[in-house]
Design a protein around this ligand. Structure first.
Ligand code: XBP
Ligand code: MG
Length: 235
């Protein structure tokens, strides 16, 4: 019996990557006088690595081998990431990033039906709460019984750990939950945790391998709670 819906954030609740996280990273690079600039195409490649700090380290090593790594590179990455989070949350507060089609309706229907809502994401916790506050509702973070985010588990997606952590917090088994994801790293994490998974694709992820998905949809515009229940055979 379905008890909870667990949502990824970036790319699933909202299209945050291309026009949100990416320009926030670039603004942080400018703040620190770095000549790093992530264009739309390059950012698609960098999304192979989840987590902003991990993504910056990957970029420096793989794409800028000539960049002289300072002895305290981890500290620089941490500072860049804090600056990036400030830029990103400011964009959210300015109302910059709407929820994807159908997301609001499904969240409202699920709440009304007494289902538990949860978040399982690699992004930083305040990015989630600011998005929910400004793009869902002023009390949006309170709609979610668990917000599993960021460094709460060391191994980020595609590791299943963040989903396992969220379900442990909720005291639920995988068979009682359904995950919503948008990317290959995301579905690997969800399936690895034993979860049935619905995919909504976006421009960065539509060519990903979604083997094992319950459904691969363009978005949730035509998928309300009744259709979600039908997908898992509970209509
Ligand atoms: C999201 C991410 C995150 C964001 C940036 O992946 O990979 O790294 O791009 O967030 P998923 P931070 O949707 O699979 O959870 O900079 O806060 O890490
Ligand atoms: Mg995602």
């Amino acid at each position: 019996m379905l008890r909870a819906l667990l949502f990824d954030v970036d790319g699933t609740l909202a299209d945050t990557e291309r026009d949100g996280h990416r320009p926030a990273f670039n603004a942080a690079f400018r703040d620190y006088g770095l000549d790093w600039n992530w264009d739309v195409e390059l950012y698609g490649q960098l999304l192979a690595v989840t987590g902003g700090k991990e993504r910056m380290k990957f970029y420096a090593q793989r794409f800028r081998p000539e960049y002289p790594l300072p002895a305290d590179f981890d500290a620089l990455v941490a500072a860049l990431h804090q600056a990036k989070t400030r830029h990103y949350t400011r964009m959210l507060a300015e109302g910059g990033i709407p929820l994807r089609p159908g997301v609001m309706r499904l969240l409202e229907e699920a709440r009304a039906a007494g289902l538990i809502l949860g978040v399982a994401t690699t992004t930083t916790p305040e990015n989630v709460t600011e998005l929910l506050r400004h793009s869902l509702a002023p009390d949006g973070p309170d709609w979610f019984a668990v917000i599993a985010a960021g460094d709460v588990v060391p191994a980020k997606k595609p590791a299943p750990d963040i989903y396992v952590w969220a379900m442990r917090e909720l005291g639920l088994e995988p068979r009682q939950c359904l995950a919503f994801e948008d990317s290959e790293n995301g579905i690997r994490a969800a399936l690895g945790a034993g979860l049935r998974t619905v995919i909504t694709v976006n421009d960065y992820t539509r060519t990903h391998d979604f083997s094992g998905a319950l459904a691969v949809l363009p978005d949730l515009a035509r998928t309300d709670l009744a259709q979600v229940r039908a997908l898992i055979g509970e209509s």
